[in-house]
Design a binder for this molecule. Sequence first.
Ligand SMILES: CC(C)[C@H](C(=O)O)[C@@H](O)C(=O)O
Ligand code: SF4
Length: 469
Amino acid sequence: MTSPPQTMFEKIWRRHIVVDRDDGYTLLYVDRHLMHDGSEGGYAQLRRRKLKLRRPDRGFATPDHYVLSNSGNRADIPDAQHRRLVERITENTAASGVTLFDLGDERQGIAHVVGPEQGITQPGLTLVCGDSHTSTHGALGALAFGIGTSEVAQVMATQCLWQRKPKAMRVSVDGALGDGVTAKDVILAIIAKIGAAGAVGHVIEYAGSAIRGLSIEGRLTVCNMSIEAGGKAGMVAPDDTTIAYLDGRPFAPKGAEWDKAVAFWRGVPSEEGAAFDRDVSLDAAAIVPMVTWGTSPEDALPITARIPEPSTAPDGAKKDSMERALDYMGLVPGTPLEQVAVDRVFIGSCTNSRIEDLRAAAKVAEGRKAVIPAWVVAGSGLVKKQAEAEGLDKVFRDAGFEWREQPGCSMCVGMNGDTGKPGQRIASTSNRNFVGRQGPGVRTHLVSPAMAAAAAVSGRFTDVRRLLG
Ligand SMILES: CC(C)[C@H](C(=O)O)[C@@H](O)C(=O)O
Ligand code: SF4
């Protein structure tokens, strides 16, 4: 009897089963464990239970959330507790033997930028991190998802993790993306369509010609926001683009191991005819630059649209939540998005702080002037170095943008103190526009790097397509 065709998710899941329990839980083997400056919680649990880290060679750490964006010096972190966490990651990894990309090392950066960049993230592997945006790594064909602190401790102690098997969902985007339309617009369009809970309980496989046409950077942006659609993980099948990206990366296999790895990676994609529990499709040509208007990533609209009218909501509960969101965001229904004035711009985060993101923003900034404060925070020291080698820092500075010193999460979440002021409206390339995300009372609008740069030079949301070419 031949077995039915398998999805990529199914194949990776099966290869990692240690035990299947009767109650529906599976013990999965974990190939890679990424840690950041919040991993102290996991280490503290290990210490309390007098346990050792089982496979330090499978762990990789870098401080990101509490790192200052204007100084790579730990001692400058004003909040003692935050400073302590950034110290603890150094101490914990030294004591346990985990590889650390510390402050002062050009490989340091946001964990989800560093993993792929270093070739730690690879097709067919399982990868976890105590961080919801771990879904990012699925862009290389890995099964990658965020875990909580007690799960972090479990992985540290056993290199395994109890999980219930999620369902499989496929989101296909076919056709050609228009000029000025980027991976960020694709994922915002997907979330607008399926909703912030649209993929709950599912691993999303992104497929179709528009996804295959994306660079790895673009795929990382798409997979990053899978969690904002409620998904457990997001993945893209490994292909020539993936293999070319990994070739020569420090932690990618070398020599004969490389050839073996490539042969294995070629077998990772879903098989023809594999069944998905859900299938959704979008037309790439219909996607235009997107802007969120509300306090959920699903509140995304084309830049050509107007602020929605709560009266058009399908039910009373939705109407109430729209009214609350519009009230928080200080927006009047019916206003064209292009007439909404912006106070500040943030280009960065694990969604959009890679070299292509910075190039896209610089292309718009070049020869223009920012009329509002605009920050650029590179996702890693290597991204920063590359951008500087290309002169992008100069383009940004000449255009009046602030080129921040130290890579990290910065204003994406403001845990390092990089927050906006109450009432400020920020065009942000990050992934969450939740109430208070960038500081109390701050109004976050999610956009692509190109759209963020367009807002910076116009002082309002602007259809970047008019500024290009
Ligand atoms: C602080 C961290 C655990 C958190 C996450 O899990 O995602 C953060 O990265 C975020 O984006 O909100
Ligand atoms: S950049 Fe933002 S979303 Fe990404 S890990 Fe840091 S805080 Fe979380």
